[in-house]
Design a protein around this ligand. Structure first.
Ligand code: HPA
Length: 276
């Protein structure tokens, strides 16, 4: 992990050469949730390929740009397109942008994703405010020699998702007439969707939804001392005893249907969260 700090300094310098803002929050847009980026007054846009040490997006539905600008009156950095373990990036590469956001001053991380609903109460298009997670990736972005300047060797994970932010997101969803639940997210590596036996196992382990992202970024945000809000859109129902086929197009379509409400939740939560 030792080499990360030098690389982050290079990336920060490239961003600082074109943007002098003071971001309070970093926002990672997941599958089909790109429209939130349209609400940003962008002061600078950085293609991932122009940023030193940044990985590149390879997935449909994930653009590859870092936006710096203003959302709901707050200065933010937005990742249009994230990196996944299943693309072949290491966990350190997947989470590299979170290190950059932190180094630029972000104390808050908002992560969004699409996920399959395991809890029978969840419907397609519902929002799940993530209250906790289960790391089923059998990998960790903090493997290796720890850099104590970046965070502690053994970071606490007793409350990775900030309670006040979760409550604010649920309250905002109610005001927006958006069905929102609180629940536990299980992160698998993918890219294959889960089998019926795996869905059954995950439900028994206490997961409400399952997806292929978020867990690595949240581990690094906790390591770096950031507060985290995680929002998941339920795009398909994981009912092991009457399972329909799942495909990426269906996931994209369901995520897009909810993107306006997700945007509303983030815009409602951000100003108070940034001031806290
Ligand atoms: N499993 C894993 N990832 C997902 C799913 C799912 O059912 N739906 C959307 N992303």
């Amino acid at each position: 992990m030792r080499e990360i700090r030098g690389q982050v300094a290079d990336t920060v310098a490239a961003i600082r050469a074109r943007w002098g803002g003071e971001p309070v929050a970093g926002i990672v847009l997941g599958t089909g949730l790109g429209p939130l980026a349209d609400r940003v007054e962008a002061a600078a846009v950085f293609g991932y390929e122009t940023l030193p040490h940044f990985p590149r997006s390879t997935v449909e539905g994930h653009a590859g740009e870092l936006l710096a600008g203003t959302l709901a009156g707050c200065q933010v950095l937005i990742m249009r397109g994230r990196f996944h373990r299943y693309e072949g990036w290491s966990m350190a590469e997947v989470t590299y942008p979170v290190r950059v956001m932190r180094a630029l001053g972000c104390e808050l991380l908002v992560v969004s994703n699409a996920s399959g609903g395991l809890n029978p109460r969840l419907g397609v298009g519902d929002v799940m405010v993530i209250e906790d997670h289960i790391n089923m990736m059998f990998d960790n972005p903090l493997f290796g020699i720890n850099d104590d300047e970046l965070g502690p060797r053994f970071p606490d994970m007793s409350a990775p998702y900030d309670r006040a932010l979760r409550d604010a997101a649920l309250a905002a969803a109610r005001r927006l007439d958006c069905v929102a639940h609180s629940g536990v997210y299980a992160g698998f590596t993918g890219p294959s969707f889960e089998t019926r036996a795996e869905y059954r196992m995950l439900r028994r382990l206490g997961a409400d939804a399952v997806g292929m992202s978020t867990v690595p970024e949240v581990i690094v945000a906790c390591h770096a001392g950031m507060r985290v809000l995680g929002l998941s859109v339920i795009t398909n129902l994981c009912r092991p005893d009457c399972l329909d086929e799942t495909g990426h197009q269906e996931v994209l379509a369901a995520a897009e249907g909810t993107s306006r409400r997700m945007t509303g939740i983030v815009e409602a939560v951000l100003p108070a969260a940034a001031a806290a």
